[in-house]
Design a protein. Structure first.
Length: 391
């Protein structure tokens, strides 16, 4: 299984299950060490996601995939380097043999270090920063001791002789196995098989026309709809449509949006009655593309008739959690507030509190190189989508 997989299919009974965890997933780096080696797995916190920094005049972003020791020590390497990206990591399972060391450093402290490291080049003062699409996990890297500390992946020592007083037994143990829970993918409403891609967070039931989303230890019914496409090549991309209370700024309607974003449109009757909502991609893409799409679709405020049926054509998986979409609301607001020079003064006093949300599938026409939203002429390069699998 890939690290992003959430649907598991048993090869013996062909039953599908959905993978969830109480806190974060735990992974292990595979190694070829001989069976007679006493493998010790050292823990590393891994942060993977998008970082956004709002400065006085612009927004800067970057995608990060970084790791750091979960136990403070000078004996083991500080991070796993590029291995988390270059190697196929595996879930820690009950049959993963070895000794696992217990994390002693809080993940919250690690977040602060990451922000400081990547925010140094951003012009001050920072008026807002956000982590979006973040994935916190624990990676166990294999080592063994034989007078020196050996990297079990390369079967080579990672340092010179160990200190005379070094004792691997002084490190506390933990059993990380058994943290994955398997939830049945039978529809809680009708008992039919739920459908979804391997990395999907939202599962669909075609029998009773419902959609389900993991909340805690179970699947919860999700409000959804789609805007009908007009061609046989229609592909549906999922967006979180979020209604929110915004304090410190009057943004309740489409008419308010026209003023705040300084859009070149003449006010029309009825716009004051169109409720303002955020439209945030429910799929993973590079940070700059993510913010562009969130800004563009929030500015156009799609108003076409919604169908409460599941689309018949191809659907791209929703793999960005609603919790992460909510983290981007203030950021999206910052992307279109005009004039830009007022951003520094206004943004710190603005609070965005989500009230309700729904998953909306928007139609895109699939061309040779792009997905194009025909109503608003918004394009998305297909390579961007294919490369997003590793985000």
């Amino acid at each position: 299984m890939e690290e992003t997989d959430r649907l598991f299919s048993c090869e013996f009974c062909r039953v599908n299950s959905y993978l969830i965890t109480d806190d974060f997933f735990r992974y292990v780096l595979p190694h070829p060490a001989a069976d007679n080696k006493d493998i010790v797995y050292f823990p590393y916190w891994r942060f993977k996601g998008m970082l956004f920094f709002c400065g006085p005049t612009d927004i800067r972003e970057r995608f990060v995939d970084i790791s750091q020791q979960a136990v403070a020590t000078s004996i083991f390497p500080f991070s796993v380097g590029v291995r988390s990206q270059a190697m196929k990591i595996r879930f820690v399972t009950p049959d993963t043999e070895g000794r696992f060391l217990k994390p002693t450093l809080d993940s919250e402290n690690i977040f602060g270090n990451f922000e400081e490291r990547y925010g140094k080049s951003i012009p001050r003062p920072l008026v807002h920063q956000a982590h979006v699409g973040e994935s916190l996990s624990l990676i166990y890297s294999p080592y063994y001791v034989n007078n020196r500390l050996y990297d079990a992946i390369l079967d080579k020592p990672v340092s010179s002789m160990l200190p005379e007083d070094f004792d691997i037994e002084e490190f506390a143990d933990i059993d990380p196995r058994g943290h994955i829970r398997f939830v049945s993918t039978l529809c809680p409403n009708c008992g039919w098989d739920l459908e979804g891609e391997r990395d999907a967070l939202v599962l669909r039931c075609k029998n009773c026309n419902s959609a389900w989303y993991p909340v805690g230890k179970k699947l919860k019914k999700l409000n959804f709809a789609h805007i009908a496409g007009q061609t046989e090549t229609t592909t549906y991309l999922p967006f979180w449509r979020i209604r929110a209370d915004i304090s410190g700024l009057k943004l309740d309607s489409y008419a308010d949006l026209i003023k705040i974003a300084n859009l070149p449109k003449a006010a029309q009757d009825g716009w004051q009655d169109i409720v303002f909502r955020f439209w945030i991609p429910a799929f993973k893409v590079r940070p700059r593309i993510f913010l562009r799409l969130a800004s563009q679709f929030t500015l156009v405020q799609p108003q076409k008739e919604l169908s409460r049926q599941l689309p018949r054509h191809r659907i791209r998986p929703a793999n960005l959690p609603i919790e992460e979409a909510i983290e981007s609301l203030k950021l999206t607001l910052a992307s279109f507030i005009k004039p830009r020079k007022t951003l520094r003064q206004k943004l710190p006093d603005i609070n965005v509190t989500p009230r309700s949300f729904a998953l909306i599938f928007l139609p895109f026409d699939e061309g040779p190189h792009e997905f194009i939203q025909p109503d608003y002429k918004i394009a998305l390069n297909k390579n961007v989508m294919s490369h997003a699998k590793n985000l």
